[in-house]
Structure formats: C-alpha cells, structure tokens
Design a protein around this ligand. Structure first.
Ligand code: HEM
Length: 290
C-alpha cells in the first residue's frame, strides 16, 4: 500500500485539529524522536519505522509517558488506514512544531512500517539526561571513550551512532524549547506540583518543569535561557542541556542559535528531516513529498 497525496491531506486536517484540541505538541514530538533515536547507522537497525507502537519498545524505560501520545494517534490511524504508522508518527511531530509556531518542515512520506516486535532494537540506545550515563548500546567507532560522568561524551556516543555531528546535536536539542520533564516519568523536573510556568497552562496533564517560560511555543528561547546565568531557577536544565554550554565545540552553536532564530530554524529543519528519515525504507523507493 503506497500512501497518496489525498490521504496525506485528509490526515493533515485530523492531526491539526487533534493537536490544537489537546495541546499535545511536545509529547508528539518526543514520540517521533524516540521512534528514530534508536537507529544504529553501522548495523542499519532501528530508526523511523514505527516500531515504537509495539508494547515491547514502549516498555523501554526512556519511553515513559509516550503511550499517551500513541493513543492520540490511534483513532486517526484507524480512520486513515492508507497512511503507515511510521509516517503518521513523523507527520504528527512536524505538524506539532508548526502549530507551536515553529518552522514548516517539508516531511517526506512513504516509510515502510516495521512489521513485528522482532524489529524492536535492544533497550539502551536513547540518551540519558544525567549521570551515571549508561554505555550506549551499539556505539560508533569515533565516539569518545565511555565515561559515566561526562554528559558531552554521552551525547556524542549516542548521536554519532545515529550519524549526527556536533552542530546537529545542538540544533536537535533545541526541541526542548517546548515541553516538560516530569519526576514521575523520567525522574527529572517537578512532580504534580509543577512550576509557575507549567501551572499556568490549563487543559493539559498537571505538573512537570519546562525548559522555557512559553513552553508550548517553538522558538529559540531554549538557547537564550541556557546562556543566561540569571535564568529563573524554576526553569529546567538537564545535565545534558548544561553540557551544551560547558563543551566548547557545542557552545559555539549555542551562541549562534541564541542570537539568530532564523539560523536555528534553518539548521533545525535540516537536522529534523535527517532524524525523521534515519534507517527508513521507502515505498515508493526514495519516498515522496506531496
Ligand atoms: C540530547 C539528548 C536528549 C536528552 C538527554 C533528552 C531527555 C529528555 C528528558 C529527560 C525529557 C523529560 C521526559 C519526561 O519526564 O516526560 C525530555 C522531554 C522532551 N524531549 Fe528530550 N532529550 C534529548 C533530545 C531530544 C531531541 C533530539 C528531541 C526532539 C528532536 C527531544 C524532544 C523532547 C520533547 C519535545 C520533550 C517534552 C515532552 C513532553 O512535554 O511530554 N529531546 N527529553
């Protein structure tokens, strides 16, 4: 079954209205990133194949909270069987970024779905937010040596394995301009009590800590807050976020994106498209843009 431009148009309408109604932009972006982020470029396993819909992958510790995002997509998938899971998950993510005021990302379609739990890669490929950092499963030969305390080394081990470079690591981390971390999911951020920034949005899951004040708006404030030593202490900075400031090579790009939102958007689009295509196999071959 090849997805058609007509199906994509109909799905667009349903996704945008669901996203506006639920304000679930952050968790939909996270769902899509976790579907891709288990890619191993050398082994050619994992990637944007919809395998996150399988219980076996959902149960990986790093995916806590994501079943809720998948449930939002299930009725849309049932109504539009002509779009595959992998495409639907990635489409929900780019439309979420657009609804949140971020750039329009020209997604390619036609990903072939993983067919069974046998396609679920081993747990441990996603990055951790703080020490002790796990040894990233399936590491890249050029990645720095394993160091359970070093956040920059951990980020490089995980993202080099997917085929990304330092600039792309910094650009992709900018997705934390939206969303929250919850103590009861990842162990980071506030619990149900929330913060003055997370509590002021009604009609969403209660609590958590956000990286930015306007955490449903996609802009470059992730970086402006990162470089601000007087940032409100209720805003979240994970050890892996701080690593982008502390490591000189990462820091160069943080400075650029903090000053120039257009440059951030331009680089974010490219890095996000690459992320959304990791390991994908396509029907029609090479995929297509409607
Ligand atoms: C650089 C390494 C990364 C680490 C260590 C990391 C870690 C985390 C953690 C711990 C959370 C909180 C989850 C929770 O408690 O529910 C989170 C949330 C989030 N992450 Fe990341 N992340 C990384 C990269 C990315 C990337 C590349 C993207 C997308 C391109 C992304 C998008 C998000 C979003 C949108 C949320 C908010 C989800 C929500 O509000 O429910 N992250 N991340």
């Amino acid at each position: 079954m090849t997805v058609t431009a007509n199906v994509i148009e109909a799905v667009h309408e349903d996704l945008v209205s669901m996203i506006r109604r639920t304000k679930a932009m952050p968790i939909l972006v996270r769902l899509a990133w976790h579907d891709c982020g288990d890619y191993d470029a050398r082994l050619g396993t994992g990637g944007a194949n919809g395998s996150i819909r399988f219980e076996k992958e959902m149960q990986h510790g790093g995916n806590a909270g994501l079943p809720g995002a998948l449930n939002l997509l299930k009725p849309i998938k049932e109504k539009h069987p002509g779009i595959g899971w992998a495409d639907l998950i990635q489409y929900a993510s780019v439309l979420s970024i657009e609804v949140a005021g971020g750039p329009k990302i020209p997604l390619k379609f036609g990903r072939i779905d993983a067919q069974s739990e046998n396609d679920v890669p081993p747990e441990g490929r996603l990055p951790g937010g703080g020490p002790p950092f796990h040894k990233a499963e399936g590491e890249h030969p050029n990645a720095p040596a394993d160091d359970p305390d070093s956040a920059p080394a951990h980020l490089r081990r995980v993202f080099y394995r997917m085929g990304f470079n330092d600039q792309e690591i910094v650009a992709l981390s900018g997705a934390h301009t939206i969303g929250r971390a919850f103590k009861f999911r990842s162990g980071f951020g506030a619990g149900e009590e929330g913060t003055k920034f997370t509590n002021r949005v009604q009609g969403v899951t209660k609590g958590g800590s956000s990286w930015t004040e306007e955490w449903l708006k996609f802009d470059n404030t992730y970086y402006t807050i990162l470089i601000d030593p007087n940032a409100d202490p209720e805003l979240l900075k994970l050890p892996t976020d701080k690593a982008l400031m502390e490591d000189p090579e990462f820091n160069k790009y943080v400075q650029v994106y903090a000053k120039d939102q257009n440059k951030f958007f331009e680089d974010y689009i490219k890095a996000h498209l690459k992320l959304s295509e990791l390991g994908a196999k396509w029907d029609p071959p090479g995929g297509f843009r409607p």
